[in-house]
Design a protein around this ligand. Structure first.
Ligand code: CS2
Length: 499
């Protein structure tokens, strides 16, 4: 393509002759949502739903102000700023084609480390009704061992000492809500879009723990004026690769420094509890329900846990992408058994949901060969993911004296993975806030496998559950001796023979 155009507001009309673009007047859209965490997932999900909604001419109050909270977010902030908040969303369809459009709902961007007060003021401004979050599972500062907010985190200590220049979401939101209260403004909704069971409950509990210490007089006001809806969010959004960026330019002539790629499927099930009103997201496909807990549980323990199973086992075997792992019939059979034997019996009542169809659809989504979802991405931050995706299933099974063999196998594989090499001896790229301690425990586990389970902030009291420890230790030794694939074959045939 000869004429390459930079994606920005000035060029939008010309870009619209090539791919669909926002047709609403972005300059007329007011900010009603401050969103913290402008990574790929937010841009493939909430920002897309909102963009679709803004095409209704009567909707002008629900633009998004994207906040980059961490120094780590400098790059995305600079790019979005230069592109006037615009970016391209590339949906990778199952048949290999791409559906590409420009999204316009992010109408402002702020970089918190550069100007914290500006972010606090924005969150406190009267037109803002929702502060939404994608701050990752680890961002909630919850410690599995103490089952409480982690005050030992140095960043939290920093925020307690420097309330006007915070570094964590808790510091920012506490100050913003304090301003709202002082100014006699209404409350707002804090809306988590992260993969956590009861994500709204978790957000409320963690925020109130922080506020009790930081601004004790504020807790009652928060209880009375701020809502925290739970939500299940879903859309597989791999990291954008340099090839994705180059392909976009080649096929459309659009120069976008950070487009987002995602699967066609998307789902957003939200509790209808918005203290200051909300966009009519239901008109663009979101589902509002009274109780989202069953949906969340199903998604976290089947989809997200399924990802971790494929990721950890696949990484050890030497795969790079999730579709390769699910394309291995032994591994996909293992995943099916895990879902059927260990997860399904503890999911509880899922009225109106056809679980069999749901599980089958997951295998299809994981198998989308166009997505090429990176195993590195899936395995990243496993120390925050395991307690949410896998361990609730284990604990529920232990309570009813049920099977934990397959989850124990995946946990043992993770301990071996944490040594940093796959089964061919190739180095694995481990991205995890607890990387060093995981590695240390993994080394000590070579002699005594269950040492890995001593990590209480991840495993809680699991090291005291004999059934789990036994299954884990056996799995560990088997994997070391025979490799993942042989072990998985045995487990699969044992399950088939027992049924
Ligand atoms: C993934 C999720 O990070 C992970 O481990 O399981 O990012 C997953 O792709 C999304 O939750 C899909 O909705």
């Amino acid at each position: 393509m000869e004429n390459i155009i930079k994606l920005n507001q000035k060029n939008l009309a010309e870009i619209a002759t090539r791919i669909p673009c926002p047709t609403y007047d972005r300059s007329k859209i007011k900010t009603g949502i401050v969103h913290v965490g402008i990574g790929g997932f937010h841009r493939a999900h909430e920002a897309l739903y909102t963009d679709q909604l803004l095409h209704d001419p009567s909707v002008t109050d629900w633009g998004i102000c994207g906040v980059a909270l961490l120094d780590f977010d400098t790059k995305i902030y600079n790019i979005l700023k230069e592109q006037d908040g615009l970016y391209t969303l590339i949906v990778k369809e199952l048949d290999g084609t791409h559906t590409t459009r420009v999204i316009g709902s992010i109408v402002e961007c702020l970089f918190a480390p550069e100007n914290p007060i500006k972010v606090i003021e924005k969150m406190a401004s009267p037109e803002v009704k929702i502060i939404s979050l994608t701050i990752t599972e680890g961002g909630y500062n919850y410690n599995e061992a103490t089952k409480a907010f982690d005050f030992s985190n140095p960043l939290i200590q920093h925020d307690l000492e420097h309330p006007q220049a915070p570094k964590t979401i808790f510091g920012y939101v506490a100050q913003a809500l304090k301003l709202r209260k002082e100014r006699g403004l209404k409350g707002c909704t804090i809306q988590s879009c992260d993969n956590i069971q009861g994500n709204g409950h978790m957000t409320k509990r963690m925020l109130l723990s922080y506020v009790k210490r930081a601004e004790p007089d504020l807790t009652g006001w928060i209880e009375a004026n701020v809502s925290f809806p739970n939500a299940m969010v879903d859309r597989i959004t791999p990291a954008t690769s340099p090839v994705d960026i180059a392909n976009l330019t080649e096929t459309t002539g659009i120069d976008d420094a950070w487009p987002v790629v995602c699967e066609p499927f998307k789902q957003w099930v939200v509790e209808d509890d918005f203290s200051a009103g909300r966009p009519a997201w239901e008109t663009v496909g979101a589902q509002f329900v009274d109780d989202v807990v069953p949906y969340e549980k199903m998604k976290l323990s089947l989809l997200n846990a399924g990802h971790s199973v494929l990721g950890i086992l696949g990484a050890l075997v030497g795969y790079d992408t999730i579709d390769e792992a699910v394309g291995n019939p032994n591994i996909s059979a293992f995943l099916n058994h895990y879902m059927d034997v260990e997860v399904t019996p503890v999911l509880g009542d899922l009225e109106g949901i056809n679980l069999k169809d749901y599980k089958q659809s997951l295998l299809k989504r994981f198998g989308n060969i166009n997505i090429k979802d990176q195993i590195d991405r899936i395995c990243s931050e496993s120390s925050a993911k395991f307690p949410i995706f896998i361990l609730p299933t284990v604990n529920a099974q232990l309570e009813k004296n049920g099977s934990v063999k397959l989850a124990a196998f995946v946990t043992a594989a993770w301990a071996i993975y944490s040594l940093g090499k796959d089964e061919q001896g190739n180095a694995l790229t481990i991205k995890d806030a607890m990387k060093d301690v995981l590695h240390e425990k993994a080394e000590a586990s070579i002699e005594r496998p269950q040492t890995f389970l001593d990590l209480e902030s991840i495993f809680g009291t699991l090291k005291d559950a004999p059934n789990f420890v036994e299954a884990y230790t056996e799995a560990y030794r088997n994997i070391v001796n025979r490799g993942v694939e042989e072990c998985v074959k045995d487990l699969n045939s044992n399950i088939l023979n027992n049924n």
